[in-house]
Design a binder for this molecule. Structure first.
Ligand code: SAM
Length: 430
């Protein structure tokens, strides 16, 4: 007899042992993933069909050959791997709630988990869509790294740090496919253990006011580094900090030329121990393209000159050095709008619809070209003043002609295009 029966979305799962992991708090994570995958699978199908059509035209081949080469029974295959599945709840929800999927592999290396997944798959009558697999996640992904065997999407939802799975994952997602990654080791990512962060993610974390966004950017650079080894690169669609974890949704593409642009998407982080100010130092640009006519583009190609010194220009205190972090945009605004519209159009499908709407509305408003943020309370705390109301600060920045937004990662956050000097001037006038 089942010990516990759990309903979430359209799935109902039974838990017969406590040895298999289930966390109700992650409903938001699962709901959001379903919304993202619903929009992604739609795009993916359209893109693949268009690509196949183009190929067909360019090769001028017959319909029969076209179908056997690119499609299965004239349909595009959309396959998903949940590499660390536990109860199978997430996979079952994907099977029942995400359109267009042709196959899901629900994998776990724990035999109790696999038994639980199998029973839950039968209980939910999704045997046709879900294949259960008992293997080490990396071993399974390595078996799928050949371009004809790759998955359209891979979901990594481990305990703690996901980095040990990234080498296999970045090779086993198809071109234009989606990688969904959770990290729950927030203490490491948020600067409590910068050395451990370097060992796990290849970047030094910092204890700063904007540590949650910095955590997202450390994870993104880590995925990019892994992808670059195989001439692949990432395009972030959505990056979320929530509760005790972070979750990123990135597309993976192949292209050695694009990988050369990676250094211009990464920066070292100089954090002042005195005034908490952060300055980014881009790792560089990529080689000037002599045929480039557009002067702005030309500028973007030039390697960045070192500009940040040992001491902070605002208070003359020392810098701590962190990073590298991903300093390019962490969301795709158009994609986020479509996910938001999807959730607003079907709120009955998501137990956490209101929260998703709130978070995605904030994400959409974020200044995408401005990495990291100030936090109002910490800034005023530094100068031992009572905190200015957020509206006053935001109005002052806007009146000076600069843009300002919140970050979804912190209630007290201020993202702005204004120079630091202006922000400190506003603080001084308070
Ligand atoms: N995705 C699940 C959900 O939404 O409910 C939760 C997954 S749980 C946090 C992590 C799972 O990964 C555990 O069931 C554990 O047995 C499994 N796991 C850990 N390391 C693994 C590995 N190397 N290969 C396969 N499974 C692994």
């Amino acid at each position: 007899t089942p010990k516990k029966s759990i309903k979430e979305g359209k799935a109902e799962i039974c838990l017969t042992t406590e040895k298999v992991f289930y966390n109700p708090v992650q409903e938001f994570n699962r709901d959001l993933s379903i919304a993202v995958l619903s929009v992604f699978t739609d795009d993916y199908k359209t893109e693949k069909l268009a690509k196949a059509e183009l190929k067909k035209k360019s090769k001028n081949i017959g319909q029969e050959e076209f179908i056997s080469e690119d499609c299965n029974n004239s349909e595009i295959e959309i396959t998903i791997l949940e590499a660390l599945s536990a109860t199978g709840l997430r996979s079952i929800r994907y099977a029942k709630e995400v359109p267009n999927i042709t196959k899901i592999v629900a994998n776990d290396f724990s035999i109790q988990a696999v038994e639980t997944i199998k029973a839950n798959v039968v209980h939910n009558q999704v045997e046709k869509l879900i294949e259960t697999n008992h293997d080490d996640a990396c071993m399974l992904m390595y078996k799928h790294k050949h371009p004809t065997k790759r998955f359209s999407a891979i979901d990594l939802d481990p305990y703690g740090c996901p980095s040990i799975f990234l080498d296999a994952a970045v090779q086993s997602v198809s071109d234009g496919g989606l990688l969904l990654v959770t990290a729950t080791d927030m203490a490491v990512l948020a600067g409590n253990s910068p050395e451990t962060c370097y060992c796990k993610y290849g970047a030094v974390s910092l204890k700063t006011k904007c540590c949650h966004e910095m955590a997202l950017r450390i994870l993104l650079q880590c995925i990019e580094q892994h992808a670059n080894r195989y001439s692949r690169y990432i395009v972030p669609l959505l990056s979320i900090s929530a509760d005790f974890y972070i979750r990123v949704f990135v597309k993976i593409y192949s292209g050695a030329i694009h990988c050369k642009k990676t250094t211009s998407k990464l920066s070292m982080v100089y954090h002042c121990v005195g005034c908490d100010h952060i300055t980014l130092q881009p790792l560089g640009g990529f080689k000037p393209n002599p045929s480039e006519k557009n002067p702005d583009q030309m500028k973007a190609y030039l390697p960045a000159a070192p500009t940040v010194g040992e001491y902070c220009v605002h208070c003359n205190q020392r810098h701590h050095l962190g990073g590298p972090i991903w300093s390019a945009p962490i969301h795709d605004e158009a994609f986020v709008s479509r996910v938001l519209m999807h959730v607003q159009g079907h709120p009955e499908l998501f137990g956490t619809a209101k929260r998703i709407e709130g978070v995605l509305s904030m994400v959409r408003e974020e200044l995408h070209s401005v990495p990291l943020y100030y936090t109002l309370d910490k800034m005023f705390g530094r100068v031992h003043l009572e905190t200015m109301p957020m509206m006053v600060m935001r109005s002052a920045i806007m009146n000076a002609g600069y843009k300002v937004s919140y970050s979804h990662a912190s209630k007290m956050s201020i993202k702005t295009t204004a120079p630091a000097q202006l922000i400190w001037d506003i603080v001084r006038t308070w």
